[in-house]
Design a protein around this ligand. Structure first.
Ligand code: PEP
Ligand code: MN
Length: 368
């Protein structure tokens, strides 16, 4: 589907411009926490939109699920007393009605809701009537069509003030960051929907406060149109996402240290052809390294088993099978046999070295 005209950020509310800075706690926890954070952000002046989750979609039940409607009154107070615009997450039409009734200025649809076309259809009807900007997070899985589909469902119903939010993708295995950025996905989104603003959510990608800066800078370098960052007065005591939130002071410093490139319109559209490809390569390299590290953890596990059970099986056969199957797979993927062989030998050598360290006193053996 051709996306109808998207209203640029500058048309959403008076005085808004890219890069749009959205900040605030993961969850609205108390009136005092909300007001304290909003006052500090408004004093700083660079944040234009105050975020706070009121209904929290938790992966497992029984955790803090948000303060619900009462927190919408705190957001109303933020708007009145600080002049900041407000944004919260909506997942069902009733959330939209409540948010609009309480004067919330924008909403975002979370990663767990975006993946469900039925939910998106129901929300689209309500959001078209509300006529407020809607930010669409990427779904948990790196499925660009699903992300675009959610945006298209809104656009088809007539929502024009739209933006995507890149919050990274669920890594099945433990990774350096909480969510794998897979920068190639928002880059593809930009080329397929060039007019759509993209906001970076470095907090949910990083998962740890100390990594937020690096991710935010990367998003800016790729000509993203804004950032949404989680800010909490006392991060260690936050009721959700405690590890990734910044204090208002730390957030102020972050904004000072970030370099905001002034993108030309062609940068915005193409994110710079070479930069775009480099970002995709960087992202893939990061995933390759993480996979190698996960592989090594498994090798260590096997080495410990061997050590504990005194297994002395010669594993030449295993190594032979690895070579054959990986070579066949690599050839099918368009890689040369020499390349695959050198790579496998390197990986294998390092595995044996690590195993030998663990099985002390025993000679290194083939196979992992
Ligand atoms: C959030 O922004 O706090 C949130 C729940 O985000 P996501 O849907 O990206 O997990
Ligand atoms: Mn959060």
């Amino acid at each position: 589907m051709m996306l109808p005209d998207i209203a640029p950020i500058s048309t959403w509310y008076n005085g808004l411009a890219a890069p749009l800075i959205i900040a605030g706690p993961c969850s609205a926890e108390s009136e005092q926490q909300v007001m304290h954070t909003a006052t500090a952000l408004a004093r700083d002046g660079r944040t234009k939109v105050f975020r706070a989750g009121v209904w929290k979609p938790r992966t497992r039940p029984g955790r803090f699920e948000g303060m619900g409607c009462q927190a919408l009154r705190w957001l109303q107070r933020v708007k009145c007393e600080t002049g900041l615009l407000t944004i919260t997450e909506v997942a069902i039409p009733e959330h939209v009605r409540q948010a609009v009734e309480h004067g919330v200025d924008m909403v975002w649809v979370g990663a767990r809701t975006v993946a469900n076309p039925f939910s998106m259809d129901m929300l689209s009807v309500e959001l078209a009537q509300a006529d407020i900007p809607v930010l669409v997070k990427n779904p948990l899985m790196p499925d660009l069509d699903l992300w675009m589909g959610a945006i298209e469902r809104l656009a088809r119903m007539g929502v024009r003030k739209l933006a995507a939010v890149h919050r990274g993708f669920y890594p099945y295995a433990q990774a350096h960051m909480r969510n794998v950025p897979k920068w190639e996905v928002p880059i593809d989104l930009r080329s397929r929907m060039p007019q759509l603003p993209i906001i970076g959510d470095p907090s949910h990608i990083a998962g740890r406060a100390e990594l937020v800066h690096e991710v935010a800078q990367h998003a800016l370098n790729l000509s993203f149109d804004g950032l949404m960052v989680e800010v909490h007065p006392e991060p260690p005591h936050a009721l959700s996402d405690a590890q990734q939130q910044l204090t208002p002071e730390a957030f102020g410093l972050l904004l000072e240290h970030l370099v905001f490139p002034v993108p030309s319109s062609s940068d915005r559209l193409y994110m710079g052809a070479i930069e775009q490809t480099r970002a995709a390569i960087d992202s893939i390299d990061m995933q390759v390294l993480e996979l190698l590290s996960n592989r090594m953890r498994l090798v260590e596990q096997i080495a410990r088993c061997k050590r504990d059970s005194n297994v002395t099986v010669v594993q030449q056969q295993r190594w032979q099978r690895i070579r054959e199957s990986r070579t066949a797979q690599g050839l099918g993927l368009g890689l040369s046999a020499e390349y695959i062989t050198s790579l496998l030998e390197l990986v294998h050598k390092e595995s044996i070295k690590r195993q030998a360290e663990i099985i002390r006193g025993e000679a290194p053996r083939n196979g992992d």
